[in-house]
Design a protein around this ligand. Structure first.
Ligand code: B12
Ligand code: SF4
Length: 535
C-alpha cells in the first residue's frame, strides 16, 4: 500500500447523537489525538459528521456520498482515523467503505470503545478497515505517525489489530500511560466552537477530560474494557490550565468534566478542591460524574465551594435486590442526605436509571420508578431513564451472545440509520457486532413493553411527578399499573407517546390531564355502580 502524505491525518467523528437531541458535543477523542499529531509536527483535519448532518438538510444517501467524495478529493492525505462508539458504529463503517471506494489506496484506522471491544471480528468482517487501534490511543497514534503509517512497521507497534500475510494478528497489549499530564493539550484549533453552540439549545458547557477509569465492575458498563479499572486523573494544575485555556481563548466559564467516576479518590477530590479554592481566580465552574458511595455531604459542600455546579449519579435501579444483581451495590440511605443537600444548595443534580435488566421483575420496575419519582419530588433537576443496552464486551453482552434477534424500536442508543439500506443490512446480518441496536432478551417483558414503559417513565417523572404520586396515594395505583392504564388509554386515542421524535412533552402534559380525568371519572362510576349493587 502506498501512502501519500504521511504527515497529515484526517480524523473522523461519525454522526453520533440524534438530530433531535438538544445537546451538542465536540469529539473529545479526536481533539485529543489531534493534539498528539500537532505535538509531533504533523497536521490533522477533523470531519465531524455529527455537526455536518445538522448543517446539511438533505440526508439522502446520494448527498452523503457526495459529501464524502468531495472531502476525500480535497483532503491531501491518504490516512484516515475514524473514532467509534456503539451508536455510530454502522455509520463509521459506512463512511470507511465510501472512503475506500473513492480512494482505494487509503489507510483506514478505526479506534474508540466499540472497535476496541471487537478488533479481530472487525478485520475479519470488513476488508475496507486496515487497522484497529485498541484501547488508549495517544501512544499508539504517535507510534503509527512516527512509523509513517507504513503497514510493514505495524507489527512492532503495541495496541493494534492488523493483517499480516492474510492473517489477522493482535500486536502486544498497549499499556496505559501512568501520568495523564504527559499528554499534549487537546488541539482545539480543529473545531469551531460557534458551530456547536449554534446547534445547541440551552447553555453550552464544553467538555474537559480530567481523567480515566473506574475501579468498580457493574455488569452493564464497558469502562473497564478501555481503562482497565485503573483510576487516573490529571493533576489539579493541568485541569485548571485546560479550563483557563478555554476561558481565555473562547470565554467559557462553565465546564462539563469527562471522567466515569471523578470522586473515586477522596484524597484527589480534596486536593483538587483545595487547589481550586486557592487558584481559580476566574471563578470557573464545573460539573462531574460520581458514584453515590464515593461522596458524602461534607465533600459535596467542599466541592460546591470549589466551583461544582452539577453532579451526575448513575443509580440504575431502585430495587435493592437488583443493585446486587447488576453488581452496582449502592446504598439508598447513604445517598438520601447527599441528594437533599445538593438540591438544597441549588445544584443541578442528575440521577439516571435503566429499565430492562433480564433478572428484573414487575416489583423491581415499580421500585425503580417509585424511587425516580421520589428523587424528582425532592427537587432533583434531571431524572433520566434508558432501556438496557448490551454493550459489546460487558458481562450482559456475553450472557446474551447469539440471542440478539429483535431490533430495539425506539432507543436513544441507536438513533442513526438515515434510511441507508447498507446500515440496516449490516445490523441485521451481524447482531453480535451491533448488539446495542437490539433488545436484550427478557423472560417476561417484550421489547415493545420495555420501550413504551421507558418512554412513559421518562415523561411521567419529568413532567407529572406530583400527579403520579397523587394517583398512587388516592387510587393505590403503582407506576406499572398506572402505565398499563395509560398505555391502553393512549392506544385508544392513537397517541404515539413512545416515539420521542414526534411526541412532545407539551402534548404529554395535556394528554395526561385528560387521561387522569377519564380515569377518576371511571373510578367514580365504578364506585357508584358498586354502591348501587350494594343497595
Ligand atoms: C462524552 C460521552 C458521550 C457524549 C458524546 C459521545 C462521543 N462523541 O464520544 C454523548 C452524551 C453524546 C454520549 C452518548 C452516549 N454514550 Co457516551 N460517553 C461519553 C464519555 C463519558 C466520554 C467520551 C470521551 O470523550 N472520552 C474521552 C476520550 C479521550 O476517550 P475515547 O473516546 O475512548 O478515545 C480514546 C480511545 O478510545 C482512542 N480512540 C478513540 N477514537 C480513536 C480513533 C483513532 C484513529 C485512534 C488511533 C484511537 C482512537 O484514543 C482516545 C484517547 O486515548 C464515555 C465514557 C468515557 N469515559 O470515555 C461514554 C461512552 C463513550 N458512551 C457510551 C454509551 C453507551 C453512550 C450511549 C449509547 C448511552 C445511551 N444509553 O444513550 C449514548 C450514545 C449516543 C447517542 N445516541 O446519543 C459508552 C460506549 C460503549 C461502546 N461500546 O461504544 C461509553 C464508553 C461509556 C461506558 N463506559 O459505557 N456519550
Ligand atoms: S460505577 Fe459507573 S463507571 Fe464505574 S463500572 Fe459502574 S457504571 Fe461503570
Amino acid at each position: 500500500m502506498s501512502i501519500g502524505n504521511r504527515k497529515k491525518i484526517c480524523l473522523i467523528n461519525p454522526p453520533t447523537t440524534d438530530l433531535a437531541d438538544a445537546q451538542m458535543y465536540f469529539p473529545m477523542a479526536l481533539i485529543t489525538l489531534g493534539g498528539v499529531i500537532k505535538s509531533l509536527g504533523g497536521h490533522s483535519e477533523l470531519w465531524d459528521f455529527d455537526l455536518y448532518f445538522r448543517k446539511i438538510k438533505n440526508s439522502s444517501e446520494k448527498s452523503f456520498r457526495k459529501l464524502i467524495q468531495h472531502g476525500v478529493d480535497g483532503i491531501g492525505t491518504d490516512v484516515f482515523g475514524i473514532s467509534s462508539i456503539c451508536s455510530n458504529f454502522p455509520m463509521a463503517l459506512w463512511i470507511a467503505k465510501e472512503i475506500k471506494f473513492h480512494r482505494p489506496n487509503s489507510m483506514i484506522i478505526l479506534g474508540g470503545p466499540q472497535p476496541s471491544s471487537l478488533p479481530t471480528e472487525i478485520l475479519k468482517t470488513f476488508d475496507f478497515i486496515d487497522v484497529v487501534a485498541i484501547g488508549e490511543g495517544e501512544k499508539t497514534l504517535e507510534e503509527l505517525f512516527l512509523a509513517g503509517f507504513k503497514p510493514e512497521k505495524f507489527a512492532q507497534i503495541p495496541g493494534l489489530a492488523i493483517r499480516e500475510n492474510g492473517e489477522i494478528k493482535l500486536t502486544p497489549k498497549r499499556t496505559l500511560i501512568k501520568d495523564m499530564d504527559e499528554f499534549p493539550f487537546p488541539d482545539y484549533s480543529l473545531i469551531n466552537f460557534e458551530d456547536y453552540i449554534s446547534h445547541q439549545s440551552g447553555a453550552y458547557y464544553p467538555n474537559v477530560e480530567v481523567g480515566r477509569g473506574c475501579p468498580f465492575h457493574c455488569t452493564f458498563c464497558s469502562t473497564a474494557l478501555m481503562w482497565e479499572k485503573d483510576y487516573r486523573v490529571k493533576s489539579p494544575q493541568r485541569i485548571l490550565a485546560e479550563m483557563e485555556h478555554l476561558y481565555n481563548n473562547h470565554g467559557f466559564q462553565y465546564f462539563d468534566f469527562i471522567h466515569d467516576n471523578f470522586t473515586t479518590s477522596r484524597k484527589f477530590v480534596l486536593d483538587f478542591c483545595d487547589f481550586m479554592d486557592k487558584n481559580n481566580r476566574h471563578q470557573l465552574k464545573w460539573k462531574a460524574s460520581s458514584r453515590t458511595d464515593c461522596i458524602d455531604v461534607k465533600r459535596l459542600e467542599i466541592m460546591q465551594r470549589a466551583g461544582l455546579f452539577g453532579l451526575f449519579f448513575g443509580i440504575e435501579t431502585g430495587s435493592e435486590r437488583m443493585q446486587s444483581v447488576i453488581k452496582k451495590n449502592l446504598d439508598f440511605d447513604h445517598f438520601e442526605p447527599i441528594l437533599r443537600r445538593g438540591n438544597q444548595l441549588g445544584m443541578g443534580l442528575t440521577t439516571a436509571f435503566i429499565l430492562g435488566f433480564p433478572e428484573e421483575k414487575f416489583e423491581d420496575l415499580n421500585e425503580t420508578i417509585i424511587r425516580a419519582l421520589h428523587y424528582k419530588s425532592v427537587g432533583t433537576q434531571n431524572v433520566y431513564f434508558s432501556k438496557l443496552t448490551a454493550l459489546t464486551g460487558t458481562s450482559i453482552y456475553r450472557d446474551n451472545l447469539n440471542k440478539f434477534s429483535e431490533l430495539s424500536q425506539v432507543s436513544n442508543t441507536s438513533p442513526q440509520d438515515y434510511g441507508l439500506p447498507y446500515i440496516y443490512a449490516l445490523i441485521r446480518n451481524h447482531p453480535n457486532l451491533f448488539s446495542s441496536f437490539y433488545h436484550v432478551d427478557h423472560p417476561e417483558f417484550t421489547a415493545d413493553f420495555l420501550t413504551r414503559l421507558t418512554e412513559f417513565a421518562q415523561l411521567l417523572v419529568s413532567y407529572q411527578p406530583d400527579n403520579a404520586l397523587m394517583l398512587q396515594k388516592s387510587l393505590g395505583l403503582n407506576p406499572i399499573n398506572l402505565f398499563i392504564l395509560w398505555d391502553r388509554w393512549a392506544s385508544k386515542y392513537q397517541i404515539p407517546y413512545y416515539n420521542f421524535r414526534i411526541y412532545s412533552p407539551q402534548s404529554f402534559k395535556i394528554n395526561f390531564i385528560f387521561f387522569i380525568n377519564e380515569l377518576i371519572l371511571s373510578q367514580n362510576n365504578q364506585a357508584s355502580e358498586s354502591q348501587r349493587v350494594a343497595v
